[in-house]
Design a protein around this ligand. Structure first.
Ligand code: ATP
Length: 367
């Protein structure tokens, strides 16, 4: 078991800066998820930790050891990547066992670990098969079992579940979480899927264009996104982002947009008047109300209603053409296409972002 430190890590591929001056401390035993859209540099970061890419600048420590220029085999890490990298001429059992064999583990210990890992990944029935006799999903499960059987100091996983079908993905996700709880080893996990990040990580690192946007627990990232990008990336459906202005009168600050006027209890010292801002509100923090209700925040026109079991997602349009989504539960009747409905705040927070810098100026709890 070991923690890690990235100090000023940069990776350039010719003109492309894949990872820019990244500092990151990963605690011993934590489950850290690197998440972001395609091309944000999360795989390159992981590959540098693995030793598969050399940084252009900066240092990497595993525990107290500077591993920046060590070969992958000299770092005590277990890896699972999108490409399965299985030995085609070895059967599943031998593929899982191979790393242990070359490290001269006792045969009985190898067997125990291989069978345990195979059972966890539901591949016990395929132990005699060769990789070419397996589906892509089954091959990835073998790769996962191989890393699990290693019991390394640090596990690195790059989108290991993306080839599994939806049911197996959820099941394997839970198994990886359980495995982490059991081993208490450091896990670093890369995904573009924010749901995976939110459900698996003890801490999440949100990346964009090679730069870390925010680091925090899933709750922190969800409740206090540091900028517009994080706000829009984390959460499903994503946070509503409505453009407008902060206006001040004798009652205090209000957020004003085309047909929206929302009084805000804000500390005036921290904010400028007439500032162009973006208001962020999560779909589940809005509820449907009568268009004539006193406490209505705005009206909107229904475009699509999606039923998802106990909840429904109502996609609407406000007067300035921007889209606003409501996520409602425990409803009796749902509005119809084209209907104009009222929306008001329920529990949760609203967030005010600076339109120019896109940084969060303030997050307010809704009473
Ligand atoms: P994905 O989810 O699509 O794998 P990612 O967030 O993992 O994306 P990286 O693979 O780390 O992104 O790539 C970051 C940037 O570096 C991208 O712009 C990519 O095109 C570039 N890049 C990555 N590897 C190389 C390479 N070997 N040569 C040149 N450019 C590269």
């Amino acid at each position: 078991m070991a923690g890690l430190q990235l100090k000023g890590i940069t990776k350039k591929f010719d003109d492309v800066i894949a990872v820019a001056k990244t500092d990151l401390e990963i605690n011993d035993g934590e489950f850290l998820v690197l998440v972001g859209p395609s091309g944000c540099g999360k795989s390159t970061t992981l590959r540098m930790i693995a030793g598969l890419e050399k940084p252009t600048d900066g240092e990497i420590f595993i525990g107290d050891k500077d591993v920046t220029y060590l070969e992958p085999k000299d770092r005590d890490i277990g890896m699972v990547f999108q490409s399965y990298a299985l030995y085609p001429h070895k059967n599943v059992y031998d593929n899982i066992a191979f790393g242990l064999l070359i490290r001269k583990f006792p045969k009985e210990d190898i067997k125990k670990r291989v069978l345990e890992a195979a059972e966890m990944l539901e591949i016990t029935d395929y132990l005699d098969r060769y990789p070419k006799q397996l589906s892509g999903g089954q091959r990835q499960r073998v790769a996962l079992a191989r890393a699990i059987a290693r019991h390394a100091q640090v596990f690195l996983m790059d989108e290991p579940l993306s080839n599994l079908d939806a049911k197996l993905r959820v099941q394997t996700r839970a198994e990886i979480i359980k495995l982490h709880q059991r081993l208490k080893t450091t896990f670093i996990y890369v995904t573009h899927d924010q749901t995976e990040a939110m459900t698996m990580g003890t801490r999440i690192v949100v990346m964009k264009n090679g730069i870390i946007q925010q680091i925090g627990s899933p709750t922190k990232i969800y409740n206090n996104p540091s900028n517009v990008f994080v706000a829009g990336f984390v959460g499903s459906p994503p946070m509503n982002l409505i453009q407008g202005k902060l206006v001040k009168d004798k009652e205090g600050f209000s957020f004003i947009s085309t047909n929206i006027s929302i009084p805000l209890s804000l500390d005036s010292a921290s904010l400028a008047e007439n500032k162009d801002v973006i208001l962020g509100i999560r779909p589940e923090s809005l509820i449907v109300t009568d268009v004539n209700a006193k406490d209505i925040c705005f009206t909107c026109q229904v475009e699509v209603v999606e039923h998802i079991g106990a909840e429904a997602i109502i996609h609407t349009k406000i007067d300035n053409g921007e889209k606003v989504t409501l996520k409602v539960s425990g409803y009796n009747t749902l509005p119809k296409f084209g209907e104009v409905i009222g929306a008001k705040f329920d529990l949760g927070s609203i967030h005010i972002f600076d339109k120019d810098t896109e940084l969060c100026l303030v997050s307010l709890n809704i009473k």
